[in-house]
Structures are given as C-alpha cells and as structure tokens.
Design a protein around this ligand. Structure first.
Ligand code: COA
Ligand code: NAD
Length: 719
C-alpha cells in the first residue's frame, strides 16, 4: 500500500502529498509512497521542481511511533531523505499544521521550506527516549548553528513558524495558503544552484569554544534529565555534528540511536505518550465518557480563594471562562484581588496573550453565583463546611449547574447527598499550584452523571490539564497511593535512616524531590490535619506506635506539634534560612530528635541500604495501585501512571509505577513484598495485592493487557 500521492501541477511541478490521517505519520506505506514518487519525479523530464505537503493541512507528525514496537520493514527514512536532497530539481516542503520529528527531518532534506504562520515545528524524539536519527541531528546544526540545535534537540520543544523563521529553519512564512505559495516558490527557483541548499554538504558552524558549549550542555541535561539517557545521547550526536564530517556524524547518529531504540527508557516514554492519549477516554466503570454530551462552560464560579482557589480562577480565566470568585474572609478576599491579576498577567505572558480571554469578578457572597454553569468549591478540607456550601449552592444556582469540589480525598457522594441533584456533582481535584500543574483528577461519584463527568473532563482539557477520570474513595488514586509511600518513609526513619538518605535514594531514582523535602515544601500540617480528622493523632500523651491494629509512625505528628511545619516555618525535616526559605540543609536537631525517639521506643537503628529504601517506598505505593485497579477506582494502569507522572513527579522515563512494576518483573515485585511483609509483619501496605498475585499466576502479561485481564477477571468473579 502507498500512502503518498503523486500528481503534476501545470505540467511542471510535481506534488507529493502524504496521506496518513490524523498526522500523516511516516508509516511504511507513506515511506513507500514517497520513495516511489521520488522515482517518478526523477524519470519525468517535464517536471522541473517538486513540492511535498501533507493532507488535511498537516505536513507530518514524524515517524509512526506504533511501528517502533515491532520489527521495522519498508524503505528506511535515511536513504529516502538523501535521495530527495540529492535531486537535481528543487524540492520545497510546504509546512502546514506541523512538522515534527521525522516530518521536520524530511523537510530538512528538502532544498527549501515554506511554512504557514500557525505551523508548529520541532524534533521531539528526545521526549520518546530517542534522538532525531534520520539525519536531523546532523542537518539541523548545519542549518542553524550548534547552540540553537542543542536547545531544540535536547528539549524536544515545539516552536512556532515565526521562531523557525528567526532561527533560519524555514525560508518564508505566510498567513495565506502555504501550499500555493510553495508551488509558486518552487517554480521561481528552478535553475538556481542547489549545492548550497543541501544541508549535508554544509559545514557545521560551531562557536570557537565548541567543547565548553557541549560540556555545558551535557552538564545541563544530566541535571535536568534526572537519569534520562536520550538527552545525553542527543548531545553526543551533536558533538559528532560539530566535530566530524557529515558521513561520520551520520554513523555516530546511527550508533547512538541503536542503543536508545531498544532501551527500557524509550519503551517507557513511548508508553507514556500513548497512555496520555488513552486516559482521556475511559471512566473507571469501564464506560467511555467521551460518548456523552458535554456542556460548554462559559461562566464558572470558584468558592474559596486560598492557595488552590486562586490558581483555579487563573487557569479558568486563561482558558476563556468568565469567573465569579467568592471568598468569605475579608483579608483573603483582599489578598486574592491583589494576587490573581498578577498571576493572570504572568500566565497570559507565558502564553503570548496580552490579556486573558476570561473576565473575573470578585465577591464575598454565594448569592452572586446564581448565573454560572459550573462551580468549583475550594474551601478548607472540612466535610461539614463543604456540605453546607453544596446545600446552599443547590438552592442558589440554576437547575442544571454542575457542582464540583477540589477536595483532596473526601467522599464526593456525601457532598452530592447535600444537593437536590447528586448526578450533577463531581470532583475536580487540581494539584498545587493549580494554574501550573498539569494533572486533574476528575472524581466520579457513584451518582455522578456521564454528562457531568464529561463536562469536567472537557473543561479540564480546555484549561490545559491532563484530565484523568477516577473513582470515589479516600484519597482517590494519587493520594491513596501516596499514603503507603510516605508511611514506609517514616518507618525507615524509625528503623535508622535519615531524611537525607531516604530523599537521596528517591531523587537518585528520578523524583525531583524526595518525600521529606516534598513534605517540607507542601507543609507537614496538610497530612496532620487529615490524620487528626481520621482520629489517628494522639496529642498530649506519649504517642504509641500502633493505631487501629496496625503500625503507625507518630514522627510527623510530633514534628507538627513542635511547630516544625516545613519551609513555611523555616524548620521541618530540614532547616531553612528562615520562614519561606528554599534551601534545605540537614538539621542536627532532627538527628537528635530521631535518636531520642528510637531510644525511647527501644528501637535499635540499623544501616539501611538504598535498595531497601526504594523497594519499600515504591513497591508499597505500587501495591496500592494494584488494589486500586482491583477496586475499579482507576480504569487501567495507564491512568495511574499518567497521574503519577503528571501530578507526583514520577520520572517519565520510567513510565509510571505500574509500568515500572512490569519492567522490574511482577514476580520480583511480589517476591519483594512478601519478603518485606515477612520481616515487618506489623507494617501495613506490604501485603501483596491479590490482583498482583493473579497477574503473576497468569504469567505476568504486559501492562497493555492488564485492562482486559482485569475486566475478564471481574466478569469471572461475578459468575
Ligand atoms: N505516530 C503514530 N501515531 C501518532 C503520532 C505518530 N508520530 N502522532 C500522533 N499520533 C496519533 C495519536 O496517538 C492519536 O491517536 P488516537 O487518536 O488513536 O489516540 C492521534 O494521532 C492524534 O494525536 P493527538 O496527540 O491526540 O493529537 P493532537 O492534535 O493533540 O497532537 C501531535 C498532534 C502531532 C502534536 C501529537 O500527537 C504529537 O506530539 N505526536 C508525536 C510527534 C512526535 O514525537 N514525532 C516524532 C516521532 S519519532
Ligand atoms: P486554603 O486554606 O489555602 O484556602 C481555603 C479558602 O477557603 C480560605 O481562603 C477560606 O477563607 C475560604 N473559605 C472558607 N470557608 C468559605 C466559605 N464559606 N465561603 C467562601 N470561602 C471560604 O486551602 P487550600 O490549600 O486552597 O485547599 C482548598 C481545598 O483544596 C481543600 O479541600 C484541599 O484539600 C484541596 N487541595 C489542596 C491542595 C494543596 O496543596 N493546598 C491540593 C489539592 C487539593
């Protein structure tokens, strides 16, 4: 099959059109089509120039990522692009919509590039654990110089047509029809020398201090990459471009790609790419919400303008939604009136907007929300208060208004009960800071209607979030899994570890911050309040280490009682240069506190290996993920993994906790959990999930098959 058509316009311009919707990815059939079209062009004496374009206003989204999973067949890209570049007739790329990855590499093999002003260009291979290995790493620095190529290739960022013009990647940009312009342009350059237009024959213009530029870039990608291999390989390929002739540079590009292509990181990143696209479609119940009708929200309200509410207001306004922002405390209202416009301006600036598209009005009373189509409540995490607000909203708002809560883990159904129409109540769980963090958990209560869920999902997407539908249980998905992770970290302190040791192990794995540095940043009082509400804290008496029949660490409660709330008080698991300080320093006080605590409880400290820290923290978290899948709180492992990558700093090149468990081997994870459960029988959350056992018994199917396995398992258990 060929998925690139060949036609001749006005007898002399050959037009090659890529046809592989939705993004004209360079599948085997497309490559075959292009290769054949090039041959026809060469043979047709009437043709004096060539234009390459993509169907439906999209030039090309790059290599077909789906093909990476199997053996590659069909014409390879490198010789195909060389053949284009070597043609004696001018070849012009008409870039509409997008030219990404292999798409841009194809365009770099053309002699000229004309782009539409709305087009996006880039070499995002690094985000898939790869490098631009169809000559991109060698041609781009020859076109735009080493420093700019280092930036684009190691970050994989998409750039606008105007930036591409400034950098010299494209020759012209138009607001009109780019294809028409490319055809006229192709005619106009017939007969001009093509030698200088062939990027492979150009020298690479490197700065005089090329080694130090490359070394700096390497240091930067090490630091930023948190263990990711692809950015390092990208710098290696660019070093080859800057220091070797083109043919040897291509050889180096090929070698580096060969190591990356079969790496676990590349598989993890490609899994992450497809997971992000899968999660937008399913509800935990297994039903597809995207078949439901949704309401387009033009006007919304946010109740409570604290840390979260302010960020939500900004994110809504940037998405073009007009907002009524309500706060009951005068001081908080005044602070929001000052802070929200500043945050909004910065947010609009980042997006290249002069003013945000949505209008904001402030109020101190709920009666002003009567005209909105959706409300997001973000008051204190207090069930009684939230229920009062929901009951009041149900009377103030028009019938049909969708009512959402930003609760971090309270029961959505109890909130729904306080209203007359529980079907219209859903959770919209944003992450701090809400206008920056990409994750949104949309919590489906047992009575939430598909329409209300779909409305929240679509609104989240409009706000630039990755929306994941999750079920209703304490902590939903993300925070429910975080609890065992944090508990293990506390137990490790009791047993002899230090906060630095635990954090360094987790940061070495790839988290941007270890669990204790993270706690200091978000405030130790957040979890303290939740534990108090759950009746777990024992103030005033010598706290015991058992609660409700299970081991419990009162260490974080004691820290809070001593006023050590983290960065906000300048003291937490670390010490800071005063309240609000950011630089964490180890604190002898904490060391002393831990030693006294251990002595008081008769705990003999032991040396704890990094391996044990990682296995106990990460497998306890993952084990809860299996329980979540079994309970039907997440639709599939992809949903959990996307939540952890986007909301909790799980390193993307490790795919997510469930994918990682598959890579480690489910049997090994099970064996380790059994081992730790045996040596710590009183520690909760180490008891292996029965779903994990069943998956191991079934031969550990790959993560992509778990959804199907679970649904069959569920049907079976209902029989
Ligand atoms: N290969 C195979 N499939 C691809 C693809 C590619 N290079 N790029 C996109 N797709 C698929 C998506 O998986 C999705 O499939 P689905 O509808 O079955 O879920 C569909 O095309 C649409 O993609 P989506 O991301 O939902 O559309 P969008 O308009 O929001 O974004 C892109 C389009 C091209 C910006 C985005 O898909 C993207 O970044 N693709 C990867 C580009 C890339 O990295 N290329 C280099 C490959 S080495
Ligand atoms: P916050 O204490 O910073 O702000 C809460 C605000 O609600 C305060 O300004 C308070 O005056 C206001 N408020 C209280 N009662 C009100 C009423 N009747 N009418 C109007 N306003 C009222 O709290 P926060 O950190 O923004 O958290 C808000 C919600 O978001 C909680 O449910 C919390 O669990 C959840 N959440 C917090 C985070 C986080 O990291 N802070 C993350 C995700 C979710």
């Amino acid at each position: 099959m060929k998925m690139a058509t060949y036609s001749v316009l006005s007898g002399s311009v050959a037009l090659i059109t890529l046809q592989n919707p939705p993004v004209n990815a360079l599948s085997e059939a497309v490559r075959t089509g292009i290769t054949d079209a090039v041959q026809r062009t060469l043979k047709d004496p009437q043709v004096t120039s060539v234009v390459i374009c993509g169907q439906n206003g999209r030039f090309c989204g790059g290599a077909d990522i789906r093909e990476f999973a199997g053996p590659m067949s069909g014409p390879p890209l490198v010789p195909m692009i060389h053949a284009l570049e070597a043609m004696e007739k001018p070849v012009v790329a008409a870039i509409e919509g997008l030219a990404l990855g292999g798409g841009l590499e194809l365009a770099l093999g053309c002699h000229y590039r004309i782009a539409h002003s709305q087009a996006l260009l880039g070499l995002p291979e690094v985000t898939l654990g790869l490098l631009p290995a169809a000559g991109g790493s060698q041609r781009l620095p020859r076109l735009i110089g080493l420093p700019a190529a280092l930036d684009l290739i190691t970050t994989g960022r998409h750039i606008s047509a105007s930036e591409a013009l400034k950098l010299g990647i494209v020759d012209q940009v138009t607001d009109d029809n780019a294809l028409k312009m490319a055809v006229e342009f192709a005619r106009s350059v017939v007969g001009q020398p093509l030698g200088p237009r062939r990027l492979s024959t150009r020298p690479c213009h490197s700065p005089p201090d090329v080694d130090s530029v490359l070394d700096q870039a390497l240091a930067q990608v090490w630091q930023r990459g948190r263990g990711a291999l692809a950015p390092v390989a990208c710098v290696g390929a660019l070093r080859a471009a800057a220091t070797l002739p083109y043919a040897q540079g291509m050889e180096k590009e090929r070698e580096l790609m060969a190591t990356l292509f079969n790496s676990g990181q590349a598989r993890a990143l490609q899994y992450a790419f497809f997971s992000q696209r899968v999660v937008g479609k399913w509800q935990p119940s297994g039903a597809r919400w995207d078949n439901s009708t949704t309401r387009t929200i033009r006007k919304a309200a946010v109740i409570g303008l604290g840390t979260m509410g302010r960020g939500i207001v900004v994110a809504l306004a940037l998405a073009g939604v007009s907002v009524v922002a309500v706060e009951s405390q005068e001081k908080q209202l005044a602070a929001a009136r000052q802070m929200v416009p500043e945050m909004l301006q910065r947010g609009a600036g980042r997006r290249g907007l002069d003013t945000p598209p949505g209008v904001i009005s402030f109020s101190s009373g709920l009666e002003d929300v009567s005209e909105v189509e959706l409300v997001i409540e973000a008051v204190f995490e207090d069930m009684a208060l939230k229920r009062r607000i929901f009951s009041r909203l149900a009377t103030v708002c028009r019938p049909g208004t969708v009512l959402c809560s930003n609760t971090s883990g309270l029961d959505i159904d109890q909130l729904a009960e306080a209203t007359q129409n529980p079907a219209l109540v859903v959770g919209m769980h944003f992450f701090a800071p809400a206008h920056v963090m990409k994750l949104l958990e949309v919590v489906c209560g047992p009575r939430s209607s598909p329409e209300a869920v779909a409305t929240a999902m679509v609104l989240g997407k409009r706000m630039g979030k990755v929306s994941v539908a999750v079920g209703n249980c304490p902590g939903f998905v993300g925070n429910r899994m975080l609890k065992p992770y944090m508990e293990q970290a506390n137990f490790l302190l009791e047993e002899g570890a230090t906060p630095q040791q635990v954090d360094e192990a987790l940061e070495g794995f790839g988290f941007p911050m270890g669990v204790f540095r993270m706690s200091d940043l978000s405030g130790l009082d957040v979890g303290w309040r939740v534990r108090k509400e759950a009746g777990l804290t024992e103030q005033g008496v010598e706290p015991t280490r058992m609660r409700q029949g299970q081991r419990y660490s009162p260490l974080p409660d004691q820290m809070c009682e001593g006023g050590r709330l983290g960065q906000k008080t300048g003291r937490g698991w670390y010490r800071y240069d005063g309240p609000g300080g950011r630089v964490a320093r180890s604190d002898p006080w904490v060391q002393n506190f831990l030693e006294t605590y251990r002595a008081r409880h008769g705990l003999v400290p032991r040396r704890i290996a990094t391996e044990e820290i990682l296995e106990r923290c990460l497998y306890a978290l993952t084990n809860e993920g299996f329980n979540i899948l079994q309970d039907g709180v997440a639709a599939g492992p992809e949903d959990i993994d996307v939540i952890y990558v986007f909301g909790y700093g799980w390193p993307r090149h490790r795919g997510g906790p469930m994918f990682h468990a598959g890579q480690v081997g489910l049997a090994r994870v099970l064996e380790k959990l059994e081992h730790y459960q045996h040596s710590h029988p009183d520690v909760p959350h180490l008891k292996p999930s029965s779903l994990l056992r069943r998956l191991v018994a079934a031969g550990s199917p790959p993560v992509q098959k778990w959804r199907e396995f679970i649904s069959k398992d569920r049907v079976h258990s209902q029989l």
